[in-house]
Design a protein around this ligand. Structure first.
Ligand SMILES: [Zn+2]
Length: 236
C-alpha cells in the first residue's frame, strides 16, 4: 500500500509540474499563485490590483474578452471585470474626473489581463504584429495598461473614433490623419487627457494606453476570482 501511495504522489507531482509548464512555457518570472501575489502586495501596496468598478465613479465597461465580441470570437475571461494596479487606477480616476467635467467619460474595453489569455491569443493568431509575444508578455499582464474609448456621459454612447476596438489596420495608428475630422478630434482629446495623467498611447492602437513606469510591475497570471480571494483575506 505504501508503495502505491508513493506512485500516486509521484504521478500527481508529475502532473502538477506539467501543468506549471503549460502555464508558463517560456520560463518568465510570473506571479501566478495567491501566496506570491499576497507577498508582493505585502512588500509594496502599490502592487495591489484594484477593481475599477468599485473604485472609479461613472466609469463604463464593455470588457470584450468576457464575451464573444472580440477577435477570438470566444469568451476568454470568466467575468466582465476590470482591474489595474493601485497607482494606475488612481491616475485613471483623475482622467475620468477631468472628462466628466466636460460631460464625457471613459469606457473600458480591457485592463489587467491574466498571462494565460496572452498565451491563448498567441496560439490563435501566431503573429506578434497583432498580439503580444508570449515570451515577453503584455503590459496588460502587468496591470499597467488599459484599453479605453470616450463616451457621452449622459447617453452612454461612444464618441466617433478612427476605428472599432481591435482593428488591426493603419487607421488605428494614433497618428493617422486620413480620417473624418470629428474622429481625429475625439481621438486627440482622449490621447491628450490620458497623457496629462501619465499614460502613453500605443503606436498602432489609439485605444491602448501604458502607464508611466509600467516596467516596475511584474507579469501576473492571477484569475479574477483569485484577486477577490486575496482582497477578502487582506481585509479580514
Ligand atoms: Zn491594449
Amino acid at each position: 500500500m505504501r508503495f502505491l501511495g508513493i506512485i500516486v504522489a509521484f504521478l500527481s507531482l508529475a502532473i502538477s509540474l506539467n501543468a506549471q509548464e503549460n502555464v508558463n512555457p517560456y520560463g518568465l518570472d510570473i506571479t501566478a499563485t495567491t501566496a506570491a501575489y499576497q507577498r508582493e502586495i505585502g512588500e509594496n501596496d502599490l502592487m495591489e490590483l484594484i477593481d475599477l468598478g468599485d473604485y472609479i465613479p461613472h466609469l463604463a465597461f464593455d470588457i470584450r474578452y468576457a464575451g464573444t465580441n472580440n477577435f477570438t470570437g470566444s469568451q476568454v475571461y470568466t467575468s466582465g471585470r476590470a482591474f489595474l494596479r493601485k497607482a494606475v487606477a488612481e491616475a485613471l480616476a483623475k482622467a475620468e474626473a477631468e472628462l466628466n467635467s466636460m460631460g464625457l467619460g471613459l469606457k473600458i474595453y480591457d485592463a489587467y489581463r491574466p498571462y494565460a489569455a496572452t498565451l491563448k491569443f498567441y496560439a490563435l493568431v501566431k503573429n506578434t504584429d497583432f498580439v503580444a509575444a508570449p515570451w515577453v508578455g503584455s503590459r496588460h499582464n502587468r496591470g499597467a495598461a488599459v484599453d479605453v474609448t470616450l463616451i457621452n456621459l449622459q447617453t452612454g454612447d461612444e464618441l466617433l473614433m478612427p476605428t472599432a476596438y481591435d482593428d488591426f489596420t493603419e487607421k488605428a495608428n494614433p497618428a493617422c490623419t486620413a480620417l473624418p475630422e470629428e474622429a481625429i478630434q475625439n481621438r486627440d482629446l482622449l490621447v491628450g487627457v490620458m497623457r496629462k495623467h501619465g499614460f502613453t498611447v500605443f503606436q498602432t492602437e489609439w485605444w491602448h494606453f501604458d502607464f508611466r513606469g509600467w516596467e516596475q510591475y511584474g507579469l501576473l497570471d492571477m484569475p479574477f476570482d483569485s484577486i477577490d480571494y486575496v482582497r477578502h483575506t487582506l481585509s479580514r
